[in-house]
Design a protein around this ligand. Structure first.
Ligand SMILES: Cc1ncc(C[n+]2csc(CCOP(=O)(O)OP(=O)(O)O)c2C)c(N)n1
Ligand SMILES: [Mg+2]
Length: 380
């Protein structure tokens, strides 16, 4: 019997800057190579500045504003959680802002967006007001899910944001079905679904990709590879860690994207959305990112080192975009301060709105559970 040969895949280097994770590896690389980091940082700035030329300045400023809004919103949510204003689980998006902001900026307003429980950033980037998101976190009637979903189950029909899903990978087949519906109705809408790299080990990921390519569905699968599923590093949980290569098994187009560069995410999503809209074909984007906070608010964080986190914070996507915009003369310090001031006011207003919003009425327990049954009695 011939020996099974495993062909090594393309290397992860090339300035992506996010390769490798896990405590064992982190311990080995705790020694920070400052000159390598500086080179990576300069590479990223250089690549961003090339992309800037192709994008309208107003759009670039909007992306910076949205990333800062999500960052400050999440910091406020963490504060509210520790004050006991938010119950249940709460998963923050700090560090990953470039993924939701860059990809959603590439969509049409009527496209569909679905994600996991780490959903505050996606809902805000999609256009749900921070007031309604904060009120939902507080479990109040003014929340986007009427206070009955909480942090993990944001939903907004007005923006075609179809959740907020707590079952790891659960949203992947749902988005595939939504893409089928768009194709069937011929609406030209694209479905975009976000999930963590741990969801890639779920059967539904593979079943969905197979079906989407077989039936040529307009779906963009965005794997937000933040390199950890709770406290387990990718290296400890996945035999083949090159997620973008998994598309090969089903013949899908795929790309590996730097998730700390909002413009790289925007650029790749534009290509994938166009492929979906014009050719009705799915794509897989593996977007390498990193969460700066714990898995949830109750994470002791003993599976990675502070040095590892700080290494990734050097590539903070908000700082990278702000620096690129300054270098290109699109935003100066005064403009950035103006954005920060506007965001501070909006986030404070969101907390006030949530605080003042009432609790859902007791009878709301019975609404939104089942579709209203058909009255077959003939009586009103
Ligand atoms: C089917 C299922 N199994 C286990 C869990 C418990 N769980 C919640 S989050 C999580 C880790 C998921 O990690 P990843 O998909 O990488 O997303 P991230 O949290 O990094 O955004 C697990 C195992 C769950 N919610 N659903
Ligand atoms: Mg993860």
């Amino acid at each position: 019997m011939s020996e099974l040969k495993v062909i090594p895949l393309r290397p992860r280097g090339g300035g992506t800057g996010a390769a490798g994770a896990g405590l064992a590896e982190a311990e080995a690389t705790d020694e920070i190579n400052a000159s390598e980091m500086r080179r990576e940082h300069e590479d990223r700035l250089h690549r961003q500045e090339e992309l800037i030329e192709k994008i309208e300045p107003a759009k670039l400023i909007e992306m910076l504003y949205q990333m800062i809004l999500i960052r400050r919103f999440e910091e406020k949510a963490a504060e509210a959680y520790t004050l006991g204003k938010i119950g249940g689980f709460c998963h923050l998006y700090i560090g990953q802002e470039a993924v939701a902001v860059g990809s959603i900026a590439a969509l049409r307003p009527d496209d569909y967006v679905m994600t996991s429980y780490r959903d505050h950033g996606h809902a805000i980037a999609r256009g749900t007001s921070p007031d309604e998101v904060m009120a939902e976190l507080f479990g109040r009637a003014g929340g986007c899910s009427a206070g009955k979903g909480g942090s993990m189950h944001l939903f907004d029909r007005d923006t075609n944001f179809l959740g907020g899903h707590a079952i790891v990978g659960g949203q992947i087949p749902l988005a595939t079905g939504v893409a089928f519906a768009s194709k069937y109705k011929g609406t030209g809408q694209v479905s975009v679904v976000y999930f963590g790299e741990a969801a890639v080990n779920q059967g539904v990921f593979h079943e969905s990709l197979n079906m989407a390519q077989l039936w040529k569905l307009p779906c963009v699968y965005v794997c937000e590879n933040n390199q950890y599923g709770m406290g387990t590093s990718l290296a400890r949980a996945m035999s083949q860690q090159d997620v973008s290569q998994k598309a090969c098994a089903y013949g899908l187009a795929s790309e590996f994207v730097d998730g700390m560069d909002v413009l790289a995410v925007y650029d790749a999503t534009c290509r994938a959305a166009e492929r979906a809209r014009k050719e009705s074909l799915p794509s897989l984007l593996e977007v390498r990112t990193y969460r700066f906070m714990g898995h949830s608010m109750s994470d002791p964080g003993n599976y990675r080192t502070r040095a590892e986190i700080e290494k990734h914070q050097e590539r903070d996507p908000v700082k990278v975009l702000a620096a690129s915009l300054k270098n290109k003369g699109i935003a100066d310090d005064a403009k950035i301060k103006e954005i920060e001031d506007r965001v501070r006011t909006e986030v404070e207003r969101a907390v006030k709105f949530a605080d003042e919003s009432p609790e859902p009425a007791p009878e709301e327990l019975f609404t939104h559970v089942y579709a209203n049954p058909i009255n077959v009695t003939g009586k009103p």
